[in-house]
Design a binder for this molecule. Structure first.
Ligand code: 5AD
Ligand code: SF4
Length: 486
């Protein structure tokens, strides 16, 4: 959020070698370019950023938007724009397919829009076969770079403008962490904050460790500096992001635990809610549970990916816990943190999953009494060990199981939601309700969505809301006063 005076940069000098000075130099160059282009066109030069993935992907998009805005582009909400960038995801195959579909459409807009640039970044670009396919079949893509060096956006746009050629820049190995570049936040009052990148777990179905590299933690002082800066600009809720937050800090020069980091973030004045995503059940510590239990700021929500309820499948998935260990962990969390909600990710149809195994998953859904879950059909990702396993589950069997899981999840989730009806709880208002005029939406500490009649001016404010009616996974409520400023 830090304001930076780009116009003071001397563009007659060579680009600096070090970051973030180098990117700032290219942003300054682009500012000059966009200004000139605006004069030629007699209208603003626009850019559209589209995210295809998880919260980290969405957060990366905020950084891409920040760089584009600082470079003089105006935000556009459709791909009929001068600069279009897709921030891709590759965790499941359908995410890849969606990107190719959208790319085809962007290509046809480009044909009738002189000077339009198309760029691709994100996890999918870290896969070599994807790059080959793009080179061969999508020559109209101007800039291709991965998620490991996405801080380079301004430099790569400048390179493309100078050369007029397709620019491809993919970094192997680990991500390069560059601090202090601009970001443009979707909400002014809440923000994601990366605490680490990469994953070392190698769950056998998952492509993420191959496309993000090994775990790397940001230094606590950089994270806290960012949180303080956000708070100074009015942010009241932060979501700490990492593929496996339990391993935060292990590889730092002075190791710190995730719970220690949480306690430091808690001290930042102005921050009233702290969320995090995602912990791994195999190493969620008592220290973390105790820290949550003793905190008034850490939200009452643990997203705890289950993946499968069968110990046999969990072993084949390389998850390092059993059904019983998972259930014991959920019990402990619920006992020690009153009012906590527990949600999960679940995969249906992992290779070799039998009806028996699947019933174990249903059993865990019932016993853990999840408040919500993201359910996925297993997607074969080439290069992962699971892709080479025998007994891939046929599509129709997978689908049949998936529908039963969804039905059970709805039943279990709505019973959990029902429990809080009649209570008055604190809501942080997100903004106007998309579906009801004169209503607003916001979230409880436990992350459940609430809709209630109110003015959009309440956005970013904490209010008390009576939860009148449960709708399964959300509530309809009534405003019952502003929540005390803390
Ligand atoms: N197929 C289906 N779901 C997957 N996930 C990760 N890899 C795959 C795959 N190959 C799911 C997991 C993970 C979430 C982010 O995506 O449930 O927790
Ligand atoms: Fe993938 Fe497992 Fe790492 Fe999550 S913990 S990103 S599922 S390998």
């Amino acid at each position: 959020m830090t304001n930076f005076d780009y116009d003071s940069i001397d563009l007659s000098a060579l680009p600096p070698e070090t970051e973030p000075a180098r990117q700032r130099y290219f942003i300054a160059r682009l500012r000059r370019w966009t200004k000139k282009r605006e004069q030629e066109l007699g209208r603003p030069v626009t850019a559209c950023v589209t995210s295809f993935g998880c919260q980290m992907n969405a957060h990366d998009s905020e950084k891409l938007s920040g760089v584009l805005l600082a470079s003089g582009f105006h935000p556009a909400d459709s791909e009929d724009a001068d600069f279009v960038i897709y921030n891709t995801c590759t965790v499941r195959e359908n995410a890849d397919q969606r990107v190719y579909g959208r790319l085809g459409r962007a290509g046809s807009i480009r044909r009738r829009r002189p000077g339009m640039m198309i760029a691709l970044t994100g996890c999918m670009m870290q896969e070599k076969p994807v790059i080959e396919k793009l080179k061969k079949s999508y020559p109209f893509v101007d800039i291709i770079f991965g998620n490991k060096n996405n801080y380079k956006l301004a430099e790569l746009i400048a390179e493309h403008i100078d050369s007029g050629k397709q620019v491809i820049d993919i970094l192997d190995g680990n991500r390069k962490i560059v601090e202090d570049l601009p970001a443009e936040h979707k909400y002014s009052f809440k923000s994601g904050v990366n605490i680490m990148y990469g994953c070392n777990n190698f769950c056998s179905y998952c492509i993420v460790p191959y496309v993000t590299g090994r775990e790397q933690s940001r230094r606590p002082e950089d994270i806290l500096g960012e949180v303080r800066d956000l708070a100074a600009h009015g942010v009241v809720e932060v979501m700490l992001l990492g593929q496996n937050v339990n391993s935060y800090g292990k590889t730092l020069e002075t190791p710190v635990t995730f719970a220690q980091l949480l306690r430091e973030v808690e001290k930042v004045p102005g921050i009233r809610r702290i969320r995090f995503m995602t912990p791994h059940p195999k190493d969620l510590s008592d220290e973390l549970i105790d820290t949550m239990a003793g905190s008034t700021k850490i939200c009452r929500h643990v997203h705890l990916p289950l993946q499968s309820g069968s110990s046999r499948i969990l072993e084949k998935m390389n998850r390092h816990y059993t059904k019983e260990q998972y259930l014991a962990l959920v019990r402990k969390i619920r006992e020690r943190i009153p009012g906590v909600s527990v949600t999960a990710d679940i995969i249906v149809g992992f290779p070799g999953e039998t009806e028996e195994d699947f019933r174990e998953t249903l059993d865990v859904v019932r016993k853990a009494a999840f408040d919500g879950a993201f359910t996925f059909l297993y997607s074969k990702r080439s290069g992962t060990p699971a892709a080479r396993m025998e007994d891939q589950v046929p599509g129709d069997v997978m689908k049949y199981r998936f529908d039963r899981l969804l039905a059970l999840m709805q039943e279990v989730g709505s019973a959990m939601c029902e429990k809080h009806v009649g209570e008055v709880q604190e809501v942080l208002v997100d903004g106007a309700d998309d579906h009801r005029a004169g209503w607003v939406s916001g979230r409880l500490s436990n992350n459940t969505l609430v809709h209630f009649p109110g003015s959009a001016e309440l956005s970013g404010r904490f209010v008390n809301v009576r939860l009148d009616q449960s709708k399964g996974f959300y509530y309809l409520g009534t405003f019952s006063g502003m929540a005390d400023e803390r």
